[in-house]
Design a protein around this ligand. Structure first.
Ligand code: CAA
Ligand code: NAD
Length: 302
């Protein structure tokens, strides 16, 4: 049964129960921040092993957080970690995970078909009031929403890596997102202690539309022989005040992610020079040198 397109039941959902689908670097970070701010979180991934790794990552990150926050009271720090961990449960069963969910945030692989299949499936399982949000870096939220019977209750919540440290969340409204849904998402990001900005459903929203072409320009500058990676990174850190240079940041985000984003945008705007490909980026990705996560990208890590 198709539910009514614009629900009259749903008004300003207060978000308490959150389901995060995908326990990778972003999903685990979002789960951590939501649990740290008193939300009840269910983290979903494909295998128990991945979920175990995600929980270990959350615990490690929490240790870094409490080291500073509770520096003169380590016992309270330990209590805090325990309480936060108790707010997170894990499962490999997404259908069961959404039955009491106020908000579902997907942070799975950056692939439209897989995201649409997930949203379409969960739409049949989740209660009427549940809001669906995507953490996509580059894909249209409206295309995901169209796989559901609740486009008015779909939007974007775009977090930044590393989630526990980065204060911004882009809150994305499509032309179908209801004002109530937008308000609930804005209130949720504030409850997380983050600062929201409102974005339209346009490629890259605000940050990535500016940041990704900048990283690609750095690559092209280097490929023209106009600067070493190291010098370009130093220049942008010391000359422009960026915390990381463009090559360090590309390695941090993942070279496969940068390539995926620019390839997708180039398909839509083939003549835009900002989206031109880079031979060096293509070569590194083909060699499996994806950045920090594979221990080698522009730089080596160990
Ligand atoms: N969890 C908890 N704490 C963390 C952490 C994590 N994952 N990562 C870093 N920290 C903490 C450290 O423990 C440290 O805390 P103290 O100050 O108490 O010691 C603090 O952050 C600083 O860390 P470091 O000293 O290791 O390094 P740093 O000063 O360079 O800061 C950084 C690290 C916050 C990541 C900083 O380098 C930075 O802001 N880099 C830019 C990141 C960025 O631009 N992200 C956006 C990428 S684009 C994106 O995400 C969107 C997309 O769709 C692709
Ligand atoms: P990741 O590869 O670290 O994690 C993705 C996780 O999703 C994996 O653990 C995988 O097992 C799981 N997964 C895949 N398909 C699934 C499914 N159908 N059901 C359940 N789990 C599934 O990726 P990531 O870097 O965390 O990125 C996740 C999303 O966040 C992507 O859409 C990406 O574009 C976006 N994003 C990434 C960054 C970044 O800097 N890496 C920043 C902001 C947004």
């Amino acid at each position: 049964i198709q539910r009514s397109f614009s629900s009259s039941v749903v008004r300003n959902v207060v978000i308490k129960n959150v389901t995060i689908i995908g326990g990778g670097q972003m999903g685990a970070g979002i789960a951590q921040v939501a649990a740290s701010t008193g939300h009840s979180v269910t983290l979903v991934d494909m295998t128990d092993d991945i979920l175990k790794k995600a929980m270990k990552g959350i615990q490690g990150s929490l240790r870094r957080v409490v080291k500073k926050k509770f520096s003169d009271d380590p016992e309270s720090g330990d209590d805090f970690i325990q309480k936060v961990m108790q707010n997170v449960s894990t499962t490999t069963n997404p259908a069961a995970a959404v039955t009491t969910s106020d908000l579902v945030v997907e942070a799975i692989v950056e692939n439209m078909k897989i995201k649409q299949d997930l949203f379409g499936f969960l739409d049949k399982m989740a209660p009427e009031h549940t809001i669906f949000a995507s953490n996509t870096s580059s894909l249209p939220i409206s295309d995901m929403a169209s796989a559901t019977s609740r486009p008015d209750r779909c939007g974007g919540l775009h977090f930044f890596n590393p989630v526990p440290m980065m204060k911004l969340v882009e809150v994305v409204a499509t032309s179908s997102t209801s004002p109530e849904t937008s308000e609930s998402l804005l209130n949720f990001t504030k409850a997380l202690g983050k600062t929201p900005v409102c974005c339209k459903d346009t490629p890259g929203f605000i940050v990535n539309r500016l940041l990704v072409p900048y990283m690609m320009e750095a690559l092209r500058l280097h490929e023209r022989g106009h600067g070493s990676k190291e010098d370009i990174d130093i220049a942008m850190k010391l000359g422009a005040g960026y915390p990381m240079g463009p090559f360090e940041l590309s390695d941090y985000v993942g070279l496969d992610t940068i390539k995926f984003i620019t390839d997708g945008w180039r398909e839509k705007e083939p003549d835009n020079p900002l989206f031109a490909p880079s031979d060096l980026l293509n070569k590194l990705v083909a060699e499996g040198k994806l950045g920090k996560k594979s221990l080698e990208g522009f730089y080596k890590y160990n």
